[in-house]
Write a protein that binds this ligand. Sequence first.
Ligand SMILES: [Fe+2]
Length: 299
Amino acid sequence: MAKVARLGYLGLEVSDALAWVDFGVDMLGLAPADASPGGARRLRMDDQAWRIALHEGDADDLLYAGFEVDAAADLEQLAGSLGADGLDVEEADAVACNERAVRSLIRVRDPAGNPIEIFYGATSGASAFESKRVPGGFVTGDEGLGHIVLNAPDAAAMQHFYCDLLGLRLSDRIEAEVAPGFKVEIQFLHANARHHSVAFAEVVQPKRLDHVMLEMNALTDVGLARDRCQAGGVRILNDLGQHPNDLMLSFYAKTPSGCRVEVGHGGRKVDDATWEPTVYFETSLWGHQRPPKAAKAGA
Ligand SMILES: [Fe+2]
C-alpha cells in the first residue's frame, strides 16, 4: 500500500503575514524564502525551498497541510484509494504545482474538513539554508517539518483517513483531563521515525489547528528561542516541559495568528518493527505550566 512519507509543508491563513514572517525569523530562527508565484510569503527551515506559507486572510487558521510521498507512483495509488473510498480527489494542474514548488500534487479534505495536499518532488531552495539564530538547525529530512495537532470532532473518521488511506500508524494515545471537568483523547500518528507527524484531539473547537511543532537539533537553541520570545514580548503559553509519549522537551509560544507553536528538542524515534502503541493519562511528564499573564500597568 502506498503511504505518505512525511509532513512536508504547511499553509496558514493569517491576518498579518508580515508579523508572522518577523516572528518566524526573529523568534523561531526560520529564514525568509521567496514569495510564492501567487504572492504568499514563505519561510524555510532547511534546504527545501519553503516549509511554511503565510496567506493573508481573516481565518487565522490552517489553510492546508502538505504530505510528501517518495515516488510519483505512490501519488497515483493514493489518489486511487482515496477516490475508491468516496472522497473527492483533485489533481492539481501545472500552475498549482508551480505555486507549491512541487512536481505533482493531489488535493483532498480530511474528515474534519482540513484541506490536505499530497505531493511528490519538492524543490530545493536556490541557496543552502542558514539560520544565525538556530545554528544547530532543525530536525527535518526524512522526518519532515515537524508535527501538527488538529481539533477534530470525529476521531474514528480521522483515524480511518490518516491510517487506512494515507498509511500513517498509531503511535499512542493520551486520555487526560486538560482542564477541570474537560477530558480529551488525543491520537498520535507517525509516518516515519518521528514520533508523530499528525495528532488529533476529539474536540469541537473554532479553529482547526491546535499547534505546529518545530524540532531543533540543539537543546541550547530551544533555550535561546525561549529567551528571544521572553525578551520580545511573545506570550509563552506553556513553559518548558516534557511530554510522556514523544519525550519532547519543549515550550509553546503564541504565534501572531493565535495558534501555538511548540519549539522542541529530543523527540523519541519510532521503529515500526518493535513499536507497541500504548495509552498515557497525562499530557506532560513535568512542566508545560501556563505562566501567569503579565500584570497590566497600573493594576
Ligand atoms: Fe506537540
